[in-house]
Ligand binder design. Structure first.
Ligand code: BGC
Length: 796
């Protein structure tokens, strides 16, 4: 490739200058296409005839690895069908440090292990379909206030918390072979994530052995040369410091920087190799469809380059239906299997055949304007099925709870009375008295910070139900003997006002179920699916219970704003456990219509618990080498007779005269040969970290009368005299098993070296502490039903 061809691959063509939310420059001479980058984590944004899958948080709530994989496969298949090369998901940051964080729902839950397993399975699923997955947002992007631009917040994270909490799922992603990583908007330790050399060059590319490419989040780049030298490989969407400005920081500026020697040519070659190799590795050189949809219009024809505001005109939407049968089944299954049954007094659920059913609350039905009433789902109206922002989709349809419940009731002659106005509490109270069963719907919504709905500026301002949900529940529960509360939520809510009311018999936590919402709920309500969801985060009794550092920073405390992650490795359930705070419902909690017993805990050591992993292996392959000869500047100007498309970003120089050859000082240390990390050595880090050093097994038995699935969870208590403090319990394994009544099954958990280690900031490596590990297996983080210990090997 020529210099300008190479540069073109690294730079977006500009906002809306192609069918997708991000489009790279092509190399027509060699048949290398413009790559289509499209949101998002739960399905294809801005497209028709697609599935709106349950959100990440819902998927995490299934605790089901097979379903996580299947959902990934289905998302991958739909993206491929629409011609997407690179899907902008899964999201694993925010991880959920702040329970009110606006985008937590895009990821899988507030625990690094759960988040990591779900990311791993999703990526394997997506990439099995020939679509590149993107692990995002790297890293520390825990809140939406002060999310971007010159005033972007600095997430100040210590090295241990970085490794054990926030980086953990990215490590799993690299282990899964993820093709792309998106660097985030925020600063980390006061250096912008996309120009943070320590994080990108050292941690991601050396220590974790990441072989793919790093793209910027949309306009997250704060510089040109500095970002490139710090390891960023692709600028998205190609514009510069402000939205749609067409003043690129790469593109022609990168051409110039290579020509004047401020960016070494081998760095550009590395960027391009990472992108092109990923394209080959995913088989996209063979029959990958061209994008057949437009993010910018639903019309069939329109301007090919929408953002140019002029022709050529052509077919921009082929309306290809990619909703194969299996995605819809998967969507319904994930939504149903995620529902957590939090309370079920007097075995109120499953419903038998109640004749008089009251359905209350706006969240039960579609908004009057339909499921797509607000752009990017940026308002809370009608039943809540996804949060808002780039991580949402347009709904092809949305099965709302009321329709599905009505259909079910009609099938046996039951009668549904629905009152949807949340504030009609008097009418609701009167109606509730007359019902056999009352289903009351409440919710809480949030999303990406470029949209504000009422007082929810991305992050939630509090953890209460929205739209008067608490009063609504009370109006029902004070009057109806059999009240079932159904919650659709982006995260935890405080339910202290009503949770212990005696007539609140049952609570179903349905998360963000996606388009099959109502069907999945009916499956659980009437028991064709026995609930098996477990909470992917802790539900506290107050926000304060999450600890002094769990709050979103809402007001500027410095310029740029500073968020010190002083909770370290003690977030969510780790904080509750360490401080002996009783949550309302603990992490990993969820009931079933049946019961399970645990027995026969067995532990087998498979390897030595030596403190340090084996030394980093040598490189198994040599990077390719290329000629370092630079072209003449006049070979990098617009070719003669070239017709420009209005507002398109090109790699060419306007004039060769702007190139002033160096020398330019590189940042200090840039030319120094760095010592590779001992924690590295392969994709996912040192392969020794993935060696299984112990196995734990337990027998789970269904002791009840109906079939159902149980999620057995393994928590480790680290040795008490270790040099650093540990949370009392760290999740290190989970398996979901489906059991018929009376059936039992052995469940086995494999513990890797990483699972048994902490990040030693002095040794800069994963270290197994000396001493005995407590092994705790149970049905939630607080209901341990089998325990034992694993002895260390006496190392000091
Ligand atoms: C979001 C990303 C998204 C990108 C492209 C950004 O605002 O933070 O998650 O992928 O936009 O839409």
């Amino acid at each position: 490739m020529t210099l300008t061809e190479k540069v073109n691959i690294t730079t977006g063509t500009g906002w809306a200058m192609g069918p997708c939310v991000g489009n790279t420059g092509p190399v027509p001479r060699l048949g290398f296409p413009s790559l289509c980058l499209q949101d998002g984590p739960l399905g294809i944004r801005f497209a028709d005839k697609i599935t709106s899958f349950p959100a990440g948080i819902t998927t995490g709530g299934t605790w089901d690895k097979d379903l996580m994989r299947l959902r990934g496969e289905a998302i991958g298949a739909e993206n491929r069908g629409k011609g997407v090369h690179i899907t902008l998901g899964p999201a694993m940051g925010p991880l959920g440090k702040h329970p009110a964080g606006g985008r937590n729902w895009e990821g899988f839950g507030s625990d690094p292990y759960l988040q990591g397993v779900a990311a791993y399975e999703s990526i394997l699923g997506i990439q099995s379909q020939g679509v590149v997955a993107t692990a995002k947002h790297f890293i520390g992007n825990e809140q939406e206030h002060f999310r971007q631009g010159p005033g972007a917040i600095s997430a100040n994270i210590d090295d241990r918390a970085l490794h054990e909490i926030y980086l953990w799922p990215f490590q799993d992603s690299v282990k899964a072979g993820v093709g792309a990583v998106m660097c985030s908007y925020n600063r980390v330790n006061n250096s912008a994530a996309c120009q943070n050399s320590w994080l990108q060059n050292n941690i991601l590319k050396d220590e974790l052995g990441f072989q793919g490419f790093i793209m910027s989040d949309w306009l997250a780049q704060m510089s040109g040369v500095a970002s490139v030298l710090a390891g960023m490989d692709m600028a998205m969407p190609g514009d510069g410091l402000t939205w749609d400005d067409r003043v690129p920081l790469l593109g022609p500026r990168l051409t110039e920087a290579v020509l004047n020697s401020s960016v070494p040519i081998d760095r550009l070659d590395d960027m391009v190799t990472r992108i092109v190799a990923t394209w080959y590795q995913l088989g996209q050189d063979k029959n990958h469809p061209e994008p057949n949809f437009s993010s910018w219009t639903k019309n069939t024809t329109g301007n090919i380059y929408y953002g140019s505001n002029e022709g050529p005109v052509g077919i921009v939407n082929q309306h290809v239906n990619v909703m194969a049968d299996h995605p819809t089944t998967v969507a319904r299954k994930v939504a149903a299997e995620a529902i957590a049954l939090l309370k079920n007094d007097k075995k109120t659920l499953p419903l038998e055949l109640p004749m008089k059913i009251g359905v209350y609350g706006e969240d039960a039905a579609l908004a009057p304007g339909g499921a797509n009433v607000c752009a990017d789902r940026g308002c809370n109206q009608g039943t809540l099925a996804v949060g808002w922002g780039s991580g949402s989709t347009d709904f092809e349809y949305l099965v709302d709870p009321l329709s599905a419940i009505t259909k079910k009731a009609q099938s046996y002659g039951g009668k549904v009375t629905a009152i949807l106005q949340n504030n009609a509490t008097d009418v609701i109270a009167a109606s509730a008295k007359k019902q056999d069963i009352c289903l009351v719907f409440v919710n809480a919504d949030s999303g990406e910070g470029y949209i504000q709905w009422e007082d929810v500026a991305g992050d939630r301002p509090n953890l209460t139900t929205q739209k008067g949900g608490d009063d609504l529940v009370l109006a029902v529960a004070n009057n109806c003997d059999n009240t079932v509360v159904i919650v659709h939520s982006v995260g935890p809510i405080i339910m202290e006002k009503w949770v212990n009311k005696p007539k609140v018999r049952s609570i179903l936590w349905a998360h963000l179920p996606g388009m099959e919402s109502g069907n999945a709920l009916v499956d659980v309500l009437w028991g064709s699916t026995n609930p098996s969801g477990k909470l992917p985060y802790t539900i506290g009794k107050s926000l304060a219970d999450y600890g002094p550092y769990a709050g979103v920073l809402y007001t500027e405390n410095a310029s740029p704003p500073q968020q010190d992650f002083l909770d370290g490795v003690f977030i969510d359930h780790r904080h509750f456990d360490a401080n002996k705070i009783t949550p309302r419902y603990e992490f990993g909690y969820g009931l079933s219509y049946t019961t399970f017993s645990y027995s026969n805990l067995r532990k087998t050591k498979k390897g030595s618990f030596s403190p340090l992993p084996a030394p980093r292996p040598g490189a198994s392959a040599k990077p390719p080498t290329y000629s370092s000869k630079l072209p003449r500047p006049d070979q990098c100007t617009f070719p003669a007779g070239f017709t420009k498309i209005n507002r398109m970003i090109y790699p060419y120089l306007e004039s060769a005269d702007t190139v002033k050859v160096g020398p330019y000082p590189y940042p200090e240390g840039y030319t120094k040969k760095q010592t590779p990390s001992q924690a590295g050595g392969a994709e996912g880090g040192n392969p020794a970290l993935w060696e299984v050093l112990a196995e734990v097994s337990v027998v789970v038995k269904n002791t009840g009368k109906v079939a159902g699935a149980e999620v057995a969870q393994l928590y480790l208590g680290f040795p008490p005299n270790a040099p650093v403090p540990f949370p009392p319990k760290q999740l290190r394994g989970f398996e979901k098993v489906f059991l018929k009544p009376g059936e039992s099954q052995k469940v086995t958990f494999a513990l890797t070296r990483r699972d048994l280690s902490y990040w030693d900031v002095t040794r800069q490596n994963w270290v197994i502490p000396n001493g005995n590990f407590a092994v705790m297996v149970g049905t939630s983080s607080r209901k341990i039903l089998a325990q034992g210990s694993l002895a260390g090997d006496g190392y000091y």
